[in-house]
Design a binder for this molecule. Structure first.
Ligand code: HEC
Length: 488
């Protein structure tokens, strides 16, 4: 007596979770009990068979990891964006402060220029400017005898800066490429900026360090206007020319401190939100896992129920289905199909003849030749099976496999007579495995045929009835001894 071991099924990924998936635990069958298919001596050892795996736990875990990854990326991006905003805010604050300062000086300068300079009492602190010697009224005397001297705008602002600079905390410097007063010489950075102003650029700013302290330097050009010509026309300037520029340097240590503080607050609060999100996700994923497992359990129970139903009524068909499932799996492996597809095939094969429960036993077990009417009754089993299985939501095309497993490549099959590519690959594989097992097993009306008969049948039908690739795989496997297990 040959023992048919569905040993391949052991390869099931989740078979460590036996209690979930091994239908051996169902109370109808004791471990290692064998189910005999009626006439032929082939036994199916049920303890070696597992139900298809649905990977519910794996799937739930994968979703959780994906969510956690997306969540982390989103939070990281938001945080990055926020830090950029804070930086930009700091920069803008410093730049605005520099501009405000610049504009105020500028207004002051224009005011003084408009008056052609201003007269102030000549003192030791404010001596007559040697640079204004060419101006006829540089020094005047009031009727009461007070000595007044003319202050040019640049002189004025310079004095303002020197005397009260710490009040603004911002250093201003007026300079030019063509100097009236040599001490107003530009530094390297200012010279580069002045050259750019000549090209039409309106403002230059840079975050840098001066004497080891962080500073924002900002410089804008000064254009020659009507009022300027009184004192600067001798240098050849015309209205509209870049006369020079004023640079302001704003110390930004305070801003940087504030920036750092805000950045830290942001990192902390985003961190908290991130953690809360992960916690929520963890809770959610546990629930998802539980519901996926429940779904899987219900599905497994459904499948068990189907198998048990067939077995109760027709043990022969039940045994046939297990063997076909094993054949199908070997062929599919040989064809290098993806694991998920093989799983679906295995499952579909395990219940492929479920429709036979609607065919009267008398006809199924008939020993003589079938009448046309009886054969018609048998022919409806793919459709009946399809109708039953189609009502259930399996993750594989099981219903179609069942529907099409008697279809043939050339359209000579039943029930629909579809052809070639219209037939599902799974159904093509199932068809070949079904034929192989049917031929080699003893039937009520004949003894089992030989391996040679099988080889002849499927090679003759290759490309006509049966898919070429499937036949090639089956032939290769049979030559390697696939069917040896049927015989002692
Ligand atoms: C009352 C005469 C007077 C008027 C008006 C005047 N400046 Fe001047 N300006 C001077 C003198 C004198 C200096 C050099 C001495 C100093 O820095 O005080 C100077 C210096 C400058 C400098 C610094 C670079 C250098 O050459 O030393 C710039 C830039 C400048 N003036 C631009 C202008 C512009 C622009 C105007 C018109 C909005 C203007 N000045 C109007 C007399 C004047």
């Amino acid at each position: 007596m040959a023992i048919f071991l569905l040993s391949n099924w052991k390869r099931s990924i989740l078979n460590n979770r036996k209690s979930q998936l091994w239908w051996l635990d169902s109370n109808q069958t004791k471990p290692n009990q064998t189910v005999s298919d009626k006439p032929g001596g082939i036994h199916v050892k049920r303890s070696d068979a597992t139900l298809p795996t649905l990977d519910a736990e794996k799937r739930a875990n994968r979703y959780s990891w994906i969510f956690a990854g997306v969540w982390t990326v989103v939070i990281a991006m938001l945080l990055y964006w926020n830090i950029q905003m804070i930086r930009e805010h700091t920069r803008n604050l410093a730049i605005n402060k520099a501009r405000a300062n610049f504009n105020k000086d500028q207004a002051f300068r224009f005011w003084a220029s408009k008056h052609g300079g201003v007269y102030v009492p000549a003192t030791e602190h404010t001596p007559p400017s040697p640079y204004l010697e060419h101006i006829p009224d540089r020094d005047i005397e009031t009727p009461s005898g007070k000595q007044l001297t003319l202050m040019n705008p640049a002189y004025m602002i310079r004095q303002l800066n020197e005397d009260f600079g710490e009040l603004f905390g911002v250093h201003g410097h007026i300079t030019s490429l063509l100097l009236h007063r040599p001490e107003n010489m530009p530094d390297e950075w200012e010279r580069a900026a002045l050259l750019q102003f000549e090209q039409g650029i309106k403002e230059i700013s840079e975050f840098t360090t001066l004497d080891g302290q962080p500073y924002l330097r900002l410089m804008q050009p000064m254009y020659t206007s009507e009022g300027c010509l009184k004192c600067h026309s001798y240098q050849g300037y015309k209205i509209g020319d870049v006369r020079g520029g004023v640079s302001v340097s704003v110390p930004i240590q305070n801003y940087l401190n504030e920036e750092r503080r805000q950045t830290q607050v942001n990192i902390r609060s985003f961190g908290v939100v991130w953690l809360l999100g992960l916690l929520g996700l963890y809770g959610g994923s546990r629930r998802l896992r539980a519901s996926e497992l429940k779904r899987e359990k219900i599905l497994v129970q459904t499948i068990e129920m189907i198998i048990a139903t067939v077995e109760k009524r027709d043990p022969y068909t039940a045994g046939h289905q297990f063997k076909v499932a094993a054949l199908v799996e070997s062929i599919a492996h040989d064809m290098r199909l993806p694991a998920q597809q093989i799983e679906g095939l295995r499952f579909g094969a395990t219940i492929h003849d479920i429709g036979k429960i609607f065919v009267p036993s008398l006809i199924l077990n008939q020993t003589g030749k079938l009448t046309e009417a009886e054969f018609q009754k048998i022919k409806i089993h793919p459709k009946s099976g399809y109708d039953v299985v189609n009502k259930m939501d399996f993750p594989w095309p099981a219903a179609q496999m069942i529907y099409q497993h008697h279809e043939r490549l050339d359209g000579s099959g039943y029930p629909c007579g579809i052809k070639g590519d219209e037939i599902l690959l799974e159904a093509k594989i199932l068809a070949v495995a079904d034929v192989i097992d049917a031929m080699i097993s003893d039937r009520p009306y004949r003894k089992g045929l030989t391996v040679e008969d099988v080889l002849q049948e499927i090679t003759q039908g290759r490309g006509k009835l049966y898919d070429e690739v499937v036949v090639d795989a089956a032939v290769r496997l049979i030559k390697l001894g696939l069917l040896d297990r049927y015989f002692d």
